[in-house]
Design a binder for this molecule. Structure first.
Ligand SMILES: Nc1ncnc2c1ncn2[C@@H]1O[C@H](COP(=O)(O)OP(=O)(O)OP(=O)(O)O)[C@@H](O)[C@H]1O
Ligand SMILES: [Mg+2]
Length: 151
């Protein structure tokens, strides 16, 4: 018998969209508008995938009017949204999950904030199981697009 070749495109079993930067931002703003507090959003993806770009859009959608910058060194930035506070974390430089304690992680989780986490895998078991997973991947077919996988 001839070897079976998949006719379903790669990733078709995981719903995804190939989005431009503008499309990603528009989607993030809508997400931020409809988001509620007491929600953790885990934004995964390699260096330069667009995690910060998306977090900035979500913040704007949630009513943040001040500039949103990458928390590369501070690891966490706090913003005032129009309905709840927002914590934006970049855990790339977190050495171990235990170090989250010093960042005030447990208080953040107890608060009514929206929590956006870049490099969520660094949080290990301390990432809540009900965090909303979002993945951004480079699009091998188009360097101006990213593959967006959510939910
Ligand atoms: N479709 C796209 N979506 C998002 N960013 C894009 C897209 N196309 C190109 N870019 C560019 O890719 C870069 C993404 O940078 P960004 O800081 O958002 O990534 P990151 O995932 O946060 O990286 P890091 O892991 O360093 O924190 C930006 O320079 C952006 O302009
Ligand atoms: Mg980033």
């Amino acid at each position: 018998m001839e070897e079976h070749h998949h006719i379903v495109p790669d990733r078709a079993t995981r719903g995804h969209l190939a989005v431009t930067r503008d499309e990603l931002i528009a989607w993030g703003e809508r997400f931020g508008k409809s988001a509620h507090g007491k929600l953790v959003v885990a934004i995964a993806g390699e260096l330069g995938a667009g995690k910060t770009t998306l977090a900035q859009a979500i913040c704007r959608g949630a009513g943040v009017t001040t500039e949103v910058t990458s928390p590369t060194y501070a690891l966490v930035h706090e913003y005032k949204g129009d309905r709840f506070p927002i914590y934006h974390l970049d855990l790339y430089r977190l050495e171990k999950p235990e170090d989250l304690t010093n960042l005030g992680w447990d208080d953040m989780l107890r608060s009514h904030a929206l929590i956006l986490v870049e490099w969520p895998e660094r949080a290990g078991e301390r990432l809540p199981h009900d965090a909303v997973p979002i993945d951004l991947e480079l699009d091998p077919a188009d360097e101006e697009r990213r593959l967006l996988l959510a939910g």
